[in-house]
Design a protein around this ligand. Sequence first.
Ligand code: SF4
Length: 500
Amino acid sequence: MPTDASVGARVAAIGAASFRRTLAAVERRTYEVRTFGCQMNVHDSERIAGLLEASGYVAAADGTTADVVVFNTCAVRENADNRLYGNLGYLVRTKAQHPGMQIAVGGCLAQKDQRTIVERAPWVDVVFGTHNIGSLPVLLERARVEQEAQVELLEALETFPSTLPTRRESAYRAWVSISVGCNNTCTFCIVPSLRGREKDRRPGEVLAEVAALVDDGVLEVTLLGQNVNSYGVEFGDREAFGKLLRACGEIDGLERVRFTSPHPRDFTDDVITAMAQTANVMPSLHMPLQSGSDRVLAAMRRSYRAEKYLGIIDRVREAMPDAAITTDIIVGFPGETEADFAQTLEVVERARFASAFTFQYSPRPGTPAASMPDQVPPEVVAERYQRLVAAVERSAWAGNQACLGTTVEVLVAEGEGRKDDATARLSGRARDNRLVHVAACDARPGDVVTAVVTYAAPHHLVADEVTGVRRTRGGDAWQSRRDAPTEPSGVLLGIPTVRA
Ligand code: SF4
């Protein structure tokens, strides 16, 4: 067996990558990625999984303890910290019982807290940031070889995460990142300081990835960016996003295009027209409002006002009468008065949202809003929050009731219907992204079911009158993934021989 010194020399000689693959494949080290936060993190976690599998790791089976646990963290909410350190605390004993186990922390909280993480949790082996996801396998190996925690973060993007290997969650749906970072400076948000200024992928690169995904059996893509409407700002084309949507319309086999998150300030009419005139762009729009009060929007530095927001919604509905509009709303922003909140409720009424993510404001250290005067007392925030949820629920229910008796086309999805087994139904999303539970039929996840809506609840529809089942390439892709034998994706290279 070669000595430590010669192993080091060989590693240098044959290149860390194949050594990592050999080592991990031989040892079949398993991994688990725990994802917190937004879709951008879900997308990045698929890259983290893809990277580890390309380095010879295999996904840990459910219920087993993985050799490597990666936390892909979020920094948006106050309790994000507590949750991470709570999880890390819980893993101390597990790690003690599993020699060789490694813990890595990445994502926005890692980018924010950096070395503090290993100071507060010295049993963490690797800390990496939002700009250098690609370094994870090397850092894991360096931590193992040197028996020392590795903390490596960059202030600017190393490589676009989309260029890294991926292990996609779904066989028939995919996230496609078109930009990372954000040039806005909303006073409650920490994203720009953690993900940097906006960087745009070239349209050709995005479209090539979409076409490759469609070849793989993907039916639906969601274009992803912190602010998709300003896409193209980096290469000087203000209409790049509308053009990208139209170009997606040219890709054969791509049935559904969605996008998140748009920003009302940059939401231009060419995007509305592109949505309406491109058949595979879905009639659903998630556009964060945050507040209905112009005074609060100004304090949030959102650069639009309520009337502009409602004007966009009106023009979207003119162009696509069946469009479902959803949003994000923060209640209890510093300085928010009862009158401000009443304006938010009024906009909710007029916008007729299909649903909304509603948040009680909590100060995020490091954001301007956290040190603003007139922080609203938590009990006042909680009371307003209840009224906001009730208003959104009324609007959502009214919208769903208007769907009764209509025919919907549902892309069947895995894991969308918690009660499916009990109710013998399948679940998925309609074209306008409403959640629909359909009567059981011979459809697989990825297939498309056409059915008549027979019941409307505040947050979902039931369509028990199935009028058609279309088996799709997406369903085939799901089937072949499900039936594929689980093989470690690492290539067994055997002990490398060094050529003189
Ligand atoms: S648009 Fe505002 S809220 Fe959204 S990521 Fe950028 S700074 Fe944050």
